[in-house]
Design a protein around this ligand. Structure first.
Ligand code: C2G
Length: 443
């Protein structure tokens, strides 16, 4: 019996894939098909898959061409599989010519002519692109524009800001100082204006039927934030909180490990986010710049019903509500949390989750990490984890947003409850509720 093995993503299965599988099958008597896992595809830069692994497996199975299906999860697995399963022939489309010659050491390698004129990318592209408009000026606007280029089915088409930019980021983008004009030309907006404008910019977009991806805080009180989520739901629109940390695979996995009891019972979470910069110029104070990301692990692990919360703040400019440094202590029934955020001070930007059996350590900059460690009393038991993170997580955030818009289902990377809780903390800070001032303000 001649065993043939082939691999692929097989997203949005089309006749190019099927013809490959038919010819692969004809090379022998038994066809094994390896289908790439979502994680492995992310690692190799394929972030636009529309279908989950299970959907892709089901589609390949339905062709009746595969005698056996396996999941490809890591670089180099092909060698393991070929040896373990005794494959006689490895085959793949001619777009990979030369790439798999190294497998000749283990079995015969055959490249089959690729079917021209069809690809998963083209199938995905047939869907109308989601036109996104950017609202406001912020340092990371350019990052968003560049990251969106990696996402199929999405295009940034224009920018609204009160004053015309000195030099546009891209000639292809239209610029306007009229928000209504931008809203007429887009399907969705990404809001990165100064925090106190988020509520009105979001409300206006939702009111005219546009989906919203908004930098956190979405509003400056929990009540206003809830009102916006209600409006989005009533209008059948997506409102998503753009905390890029939530879209980092490493961050997601470390949280699952903490929840799964890997380090015992979690008693405290300590998060530090600092970056020395001119808050006044950027119009974002330390709290708005960093507290949403810093509070995310606290709220996602301990929840939002804390017993007590205290701010310790050193102001840079009290009148302008610019804090140079703020420490927030949360007290829960089952643990405590401390969040330190600063643009007028510098500290190690790490995240530590303390447990009764060990702890999770995420080195700086933890809020865009691809790496973390699980550490125990005996260092020999320590484990290290790495998960690819391209573009600081922004492109995955855009993928999640476009999928939510297409499916009409919020993927809940940042839940409504957490979004509201973040807005509530910002609101309490602005009203100085439970705030102890430290140090003398500059003025
Ligand atoms: N294919 C084809 N004709 C097309 C499109 C794809 O023959 N028009 C072939 C590809 O060459 C590949 C298989 O169909 O052999 C699956 O294609 P993809 O799902 O795009 O998989 P790919 O990313 O090419 O993964 O380790 C991964 C695999 O080796 C290939």
């Amino acid at each position: 019996m001649i065993k043939v093995i082939t691999y692929g993503t097989f997203d949005m299965l089309h006749y190019g894939h099927i013809r490959l599988l038919e010819r692969a099958k004809a090379l022998g008597d038994y066809l094994i098909v390896g289908i790439t896992s979502d994680d492995y595809d992310k690692t190799r830069g394929k972030i636009n898959n529309h279908q989950s692994l299970m959907e892709r497996i089901t589609a390949v199975k339905a062709t009746g061409l595969a005698d056996e299906i396996l999941v490809e999860e890591y670089e180099g697995q092909k060698i393991d599989d070929i040896r373990r399963l005794g494959a006689d022939i490895f085959t793949v489309g001619s777009d990979w010519v030369g790439y798999f010659d190294y497998l000749n050491e283990y079995c015969k390698v055959i490249y089959l002519p690729r079917t021209e004129g069809i690809s998963s990318t083209e199938v995905r592209a047939e869907k109308r692109k989601l036109r996104i408009g950017l609202v406001g000026t912020a340092a990371f606007r350019t990052k968003f524009i560049n990251e969106a280029k990696y996402v199929n089915g999405v295009e940034v088409v224009g920018i609204y800001e009160a004053r015309q930019p000195s030099e546009p980021e891209e000639d292809s983008l239209f610029y306007t100082d009229n928000y209504d004009e931008l809203l007429e030309k887009v399907d969705a907006v990404y809001i990165l204006s100064k925090p106190e404008l988020h509520y009105e910019h979001t409300k206006k977009a939702l009111s005219v039927g546009k989906h919203v991806l908004c930098e956190s805080p979405i509003a400056c009180t929990g009540k206003q934030c809830g009102e916006l989520y209600d409006l989005a739901r009533q209008r059948g629109l997506i409102l998503m909180d753009a905390i890029k940390t939530a879209y980092s695979t490493a961050y997601e996995r470390l949280l699952l490990m903490a929840k799964g009891g890997k380090i015992g019972r979690v008693v405290s979470i300590d998060a530090v986010c600092t970056s020395l910069r001119d808050s006044v110029m950027s119009e974002w104070n330390s709290m708005c710049s960093w507290a949403p990301a810093a509070m995310l692990p606290v709220f996602q692990f301990f929840g939002v019903n804390y017993r007590d919360r205290i701010f310790f703040t050193m102001f840079q400019d009290r009148q302008k509500n610019i804090d140079a440094y703020t420490k927030i202590d949360f007290v829960y029934d089952t643990g405590v949390a401390s969040v330190k955020v600063a643009q007028g001070a510098k500290a190690e930007g790490e995240l530590i989750i303390t447990g009764t059996k060990g702890y999770i350590y995420v080195p700086a900059p933890w809020w865009k990490t691809d790496y973390f460690e699980v550490r125990f009393e005996n260092p020999e038991d320590n484990k290290r984890f790495f998960y690819q993170l391209d573009g600081e997580g922004i492109r995955y955030e855009i993928v999640a947003f476009s999928k939510a818009v297409e499916s009409g289902k919020d993927m809940n990377y940042v839940s409504r409850g957490i979004s509201e809780a973040i807005a509530g903390v910002i609101g309490d800070f602005n009203e100085r509720k439970g705030l102890i001032e430290i140090g003398a303000a500059a003025k």
